[in-house]
Design a protein around this ligand. Structure first.
Ligand SMILES: [Zn+2]
Length: 336
């Protein structure tokens, strides 16, 4: 009985701590669990701490689920949070895309409310300066919450072939969208599948001065990944080295078409199994991140929505009227 009572007391204390938002004050813990559990960002100015693949962010804002030229996907993941510099770039890209024959963006993961590592999915996306865009054009109707969860990804690769673009899915508009995204000065790099990079190298006849920003990477055959530079004044944001000069259509790309990147790591026959990599703990991230986990939240997602509270749309409000026509701009000047 006494023991049971003791457990009850502990439970009550924990509940109180949780209610006060002090859950992780006491001990170190795996960073992805800690950051994955937080539902809302901190208040205050937008601040990236650390590196794209090892950090966190304060003062994030949410991309509205819907804009005139975008729809956010997989809303249940709660990963529409980013630095306003990223969100304004997405807004601009979505608008500019409609002028080159791409009807609007389907936006995938940006970051968690306070950034940090994720339970599943990404190595980066930790400081609000990375975003995934689907290589599927936005449909002409407003999708329901359920449709946004279940719409399958469309790969640009031919099934059963090695790194080959599928001409059934890939179009010149895909190329224009990627080159448009690379053209903004705040974009540091873009990740695409090696086959997509090769296709651009072979087919892009316009200005190639930003082609070097588009980098080959595993996966990324149904979405591309945009990374922007640390915003001005973000002194705790760790910069990434610049991409090499040139268009990148060189031996660094050819390497992806050898067996080397795809071969299992060679080990000597009697080697012990490699130790499991140690889990990233909150204490492995920049110091500010532990404090950030325990800082008070903004009042609501609505209050932290990019563009102001009036830009917030409650997903429940359109779940019922799915298929309502959006004012989707018609593709213009569909140049080849
Ligand atoms: Zn990504």
């Amino acid at each position: 009985m006494a023991r049971g009572f003791h457990v009850f007391r502990l439970g009550a204390a924990l509940m109180t701590a949780l209610a006060l938002g002090l859950s992780s004050a006491a001990a170190d813990e795996p960073a992805k669990q800690a950051f994955g559990a937080v539902k809302l960002p901190t208040a205050g100015p937008p601040t990236p701490y650390g590196f794209y693949a090892k950090g966190c962010m304060g003062g994030a804002e949410a991309l509205p689920t819907d804009g005139p030229t975008w729809q956010a996907m997989r809303l249940s993941r709660n990963r529409r949070w980013g630095n306003p510099a990223m969100l304004s770039l997405l807004e601009k890209l979505s608008r500019d895309a409609t002028k080159i024959g791409w009807p609007g963006l389907l936006v995938g993961d940006i970051a968690q409310p306070r950034g940090g590592p994720m339970v599943n999915g990404h190595a980066s996306h930790q400081i609000g300066l990375d975003a995934d865009i689907w290589l599927t054009p936005m449909p002409a109707h407003r999708m329901s919450v359920a449709e946004r969860e279940s719409l399958p990804f469309t790969s640009m690769l031919e099934k059963g072939k090695f790194l080959t673009i599928d001409p059934q899915h890939w179009t010149p508009a895909h190329a224009r969208l990627l080159m448009l995204a690379a053209s903004y000065p705040q974009v540091q790099r873009i990740f695409v599948n090696p086959a997509i990079k090769k296709k651009l190298c072979e087919s892009w006849t316009g200005d190639r001065s930003n082609l070097g920003k588009i980098r080959p990477m595993y996966g990324h055959d149904s979405h591309f990944h945009i990374r922007i530079f640390c915003p001005a004044g973000a002194s705790d944001c760790k910069r990434q080295v610049a991409v090499n000069a040139g268009d990148g259509c060189d031996k660094t790309l050819a390497w992806w078409f050898t067996s080397e990147p795809w071969a299992p790591a060679k080990k000597p026959p009697n080697a012990k199994p490699a130790p499991k990599p140690r889990e990233v703990m909150v204490s492995d991230l920049p110091k500010a991140c532990a404090a950030l986990l325990n800082a008070p939240s903004v009042a609501s997602e609505r209050m932290a929505t990019f563009g102001g509270p009036s830009a917030y749309t409650d997903p429940a409000s359109y779940a019922l009227k799915a298929s309502a026509k959006l004012p989707v701009p018609s593709p213009t000047s569909a140049r080849p």
